[in-house]
Design a protein around this ligand. Structure first.
Ligand code: FEO
Length: 163
């Protein structure tokens, strides 16, 4: 049985993944309402993916014989200045998620919770990919300038739906 401290940390991670899903869903809705269709499709897909991360953690805790929490839904930030702010906020959010995953792994090493370390390896790789995706988008936006921002938005949509 995994230590109580690690169960608590995994439950906090469930809350964080659920929150990620809500944050990205709100970004998708804002983007759609403001005519940024590519960004909307990127963020709708991202919202689904974060929800699946939450489910992975829930199923894992059940397999361990622990009780997962089902997080309360908090209202996420609903409006943004532009799509650059959307992705800057997304990158900061992903960095927070990455740091949290790494912290659970560090703690699990100290308590010899090996199944948790193995399970979270998938999340470590996933976070590398997600941060890389968002960095790629921010790079595109910074190169685009105002005139071609519309084209950049289309590229953003293609980036996410190609995977
Ligand atoms: Fe599942 Fe991107 O955190």
């Amino acid at each position: 049985m995994v230590s109580d401290r690690i169960v608590k940390m995994l439950n906090d991670q469930i809350v964080l993944e659920g929150d990620s899903s809500q944050v990205y869903l709100a970004m998708a809705v804002w983007a759609q309402a403001n005519g940024w269709r590519g960004t909307a499709s990127f963020m709708y897909a991202q919202a689904e993916e974060e929800r699946s991360h939450m489910f992975k953690l829930i199923h894992f805790l059940v397999e361990l014989g622990a009780t997962p929490v089902v997080p309360a839904i908090e209202a996420p930030k609903a409006s943004y200045k532009d799509i650059e702010e959307v992705f800057a906020v997304a990158l900061a959010h992903e960095k927070k998620v990455t740091a949290s995953i790494h912290k659970i792994i560090s703690e699990s090493r100290q308590t010899n919770d090996y199944p948790v370390i193995t399970f979270l390896q998938w999340f470590v790789n996933e976070q590398v990919e997600e941060e890389s995706n968002v960095n790629a988008v921010l790079d595109l936006i910074s190169k685009a300038g105002k005139v071609s921002l519309f084209l950049a938005d289309k590229e953003i949509g293609a980036l996410r739906s190609a995977k």
